[in-house]
Design a protein around this ligand. Structure first.
Ligand code: 13P
Ligand code: ZN
Length: 276
């Protein structure tokens, strides 16, 4: 990789995030993938946007994203290797005018291509941008405790969210819209992409039972922090295990928290006396 590419800020930032995710054990082997929406101005600062190196079919129509640029981890690539060799493990492409192809401008240097989970990523970007035009990141990984929790906790969205909220005081403030949960589904398909994006209409976190998590946000840091908070809550849940719980954060206490921080939350995920 040339000196120039090593210093691209958005490449460095994504590589540093992949390092942190790997360090926390969320991305064994090739587990996990990241997509990062970059503005044309930012891309043009570092590469020739008229030089399309390869055209790679997307396998679905992403017409809502025509002309948009994404930095995306490669399929089969290991997060632990991204920092050492971004040009092989990452790729930067533009969605072509037909909405059905990726125009590769940089990366996937060994002839590789984007993650097999690109449908879930791009379809989630489409939905999250509608909710928040500043959304730029979709992140998928396999956090250990969260995956463990999906084996022993019922998967219904309200109950799953409520348990996570109870596990740490900051939870309801960090993800007040709750987490959505999908049952086990075949990964790497357009179907799981459609299902994930549907859930992304109402939440930035979607749990894939017995697989992992999807998070979305404005920045890599924010999205990382969101997943980190959910995983920490799941870790506490798994530490408590079957032990008798003698203390808990009450729903009434959670209301005090959201009122103090002024956040809009899923009131219907709480069981409040007096409808409060
Ligand atoms: P990729 O190597 O294709 O990114 O897949 C990893 C993964 O986590 C599948 O869900
Ligand atoms: Zn996965």
């Amino acid at each position: 990789m040339t000196e120039l590419f090593t210093n691209i800020p958005f490449v460095k930032e994504l590589a540093a995030t992949a390092d942190n995710m790997y360090r926390l054990g969320w991305d064994e082997r090739n587990g996990g993938n990241i997509s990062y929406l970059i503005s044309e101005e930012e891309v043009a600062e570092y590469m020739d946007i008229t030089n399309v190196r390869r055209v790679i079919p997307l396998g679905f129509n992403a017409k809502e994203l025509i002309g948009k640029y994404f930095l995306v981890t490669g399929t089969g690539k290991y997060f632990k290797n991204v920092n050492g060799d971004p040009e092989t493990n990452l790729g930067l492409f533009r969605i072509a005018q037909d909405g059905k192809n990726a125009e590769l401008l940089w990366g996937y240097a060994d002839g590789g291509k984007f993650t097999s989970e690109l449908p879930a990523h791009l379809m989630s970007h489409i939905e999250r941008i509608k909710v928040d035009p500043e959304n730029r990141v979709v992140m998928h990984c396999h956090p250990t405790n969260l995956v463990a929790m999906t084996y022993v906790h019922e998967l219904e969205t309200k109950g799953f969210t409520h348990t996570l909220w109870q596990m740490s005081t900051e939870c309801i403030v960090v993800f007040p819209e709750g987490v959505e949960v999908l049952p086990w589904m075949l990964c790497g398909t357009n179907e799981i992409g459609v299902a994930t994006a549907e859930k992304m209409k109402s939440a930035r976190v979607v749990v894939w039972a017995m697989h992992g998590i999807y998070g979305a946000g404005k920045t890599l840091d924010e999205t990382f922090g969101l997943i980190e908070t959910v995983e920490k809550a799941a870790q506490i849940y798994m530490l408590i295990g079957d032990r008798k719980r003698i203390n808990t954060i009450k729903d009434e206490d959670m209301v005090k928290l959201v009122e103090l921080f002024g956040v809009k939350y899923r009131k219907d995920f709480l069981d409040l006396k007096n409808g409060r």
